[in-house]
Design a protein around this ligand. Structure first.
Ligand SMILES: NC(=O)c1ccc[n+]([C@@H]2O[C@H](COP(=O)([O-])OP(=O)(O)OC[C@H]3O[C@@H](n4cnc5c(N)ncnc54)[C@H](OP(=O)(O)O)[C@@H]3O)[C@@H](O)[C@H]2O)c1
Length: 326
């Protein structure tokens, strides 16, 4: 597995990281702990060294499973990125809500302590605020808490998770000098982070973790007009109504671009993310060993050609399925 520097942190991270939302089980139905642990171990065997989880994933369940992984592996094999949930439990961040209701200092510290307990670890490699808006920069609380956690050694680096489809809400954070990393939704459908946010991250030495490379499955070609989801699975809303047909048509159109550079849609989707020079790692959601095998195989350092990237620009499809259907 090829590794890249995580911005200026001095860490080197595998091109493919492990998105561990799904193994938390609450919003993604179907994962089992043993299979999740097998998938994690297989990915690490294949050279993956970064797992992205969050206190909010299954109320700590994802972190606890990652903690089991840490116990089974050498200390230098796995880097853990986790997240502090907003105290008001509201995603995405609203610019109208003061940060005192979202990330007061004591909440940030308490959440970090809970994550450390779930992970059964003494320190967290990257602690991210799970929501963000640049208005927080002028407000107190979170900054002292994060810097204090760094100083105490409980946290090595700090970052933010940028709101879906709203890269502009974090452009000032990229140059604020507080954060070491940013987690950004960037995929073939939403290429807008490449306009401003990704170049800024590169300029200021922030490590970029790209999330949702498959548009929650839409970019794998697996979503068809007939797709159904288990009860309680968040994708029932995400791909509600006519959205399944729209996604399927877009994915079918992308298949015309498959050739020697990428032979499957998942490969095309991951290579697209990794072709931007600001990107350190892409973190597809994985729950099974087979997915770990397929995705880790893509982390070979190869980037898509300028010609294919130009063709992919024509397939951008900015929209927000996280919002309920009209
Ligand atoms: N606000 C935030 O900070 C935030 C929000 C969302 C996500 N994230 C992070 O980003 C990670 C990735 O996002 P995500 O999991 O939501 O979405 P995603 O990676 O875009 O898509 C996950 C879906 O892709 C499928 N998949 C994975 N590998 C595949 C392959 N090789 N071929 C075909 N299908 C494949 C999975 O299959 P299965 O159904 O078989 O598992 C799952 O259905 C999360 O796990 C989490 O760590 C963070």
């Amino acid at each position: 597995m090829n590794k890249r520097p995580l911005g200026r942190t001095g860490l080197r991270v595998s091109e493919i990281g492990f998105g561990a939302w799904g193994i938390g089980g609450a919003q993604w139905i179907g994962a089992t702990e043993d299979e999740s642990l097998r998938a994690l171990n297989r990915a690490v065997d294949l050279g993956l060294n970064l797992v992205d989880t969050a206190l909010a994933y299954g109320d700590g369940e994802s972190e606890r499973i990652v903690g089991r992984l840490l116990k089974e592996r050498r200390a230098d094999e796995v880097l853990v990125a986790t997240k502090v949930p907003p105290m008001n439990l509201a995603w995405p961040a609203s610019p109208e809500v003061p940060v005192s209701e979202v990330f007061p200092a004591d909440h940030v510290v308490r959440s970090c302590e809970m994550s450390l307990r779930n992970l059964a670890a003494e320190r967290i490699d990257l602690l991210q605020l799970h929501v963000w808006h640049d208005r927080y920069l002028e407000q107190d609380g979170w900054r002292d808490a994060l810097l204090g956690l760094k100083k105490s050694g409980k946290v090595r680096f700090v970052g933010v998770s940028v709101s879906e489809h709203d890269a502009d809400s974090a452009v000032r954070a990229a140059s604020a000098g507080v954060f070491d990393a940013m987690q950004i939704l960037y995929n073939i459908f939403d290429q807008r982070p490449a306009d401003r946010l990704l170049p800024l991250c590169l300029e200021h030495g922030l490590g970029v973790l790209v999330r949702v490379p498959f548009d929650e499955g839409g970019l794998t070609g697996a979503i068809t007009p007939e797709s159904t989801f288990p009860e309680g699975d968040f994708r029932a809303e995400y791909f509600a109504g006519d959205r399944r047909r729209q996604v399927w048509q877009r994915a079918e159109a992308l298949k015309t671009l498959l050739d020697g550079e990428a032979t499957t849609l998942p490969e095309l989707a991951l290579r697209f993310c990794l072709s931007h020079e600001a990107v350190a790692t892409v973190i597809p959601g994985m729950r099974k060993t087979s997915r770990a095998l397929e995705n880790c195989a893509i982390g070979d350092g190869r980037r898509l050609s300028e010609g294919l990237l130009a063709a992919l620009k024509m397939h951008a499809w900015p929209r927000n399925f996280y919002e309920a259907e009209d």
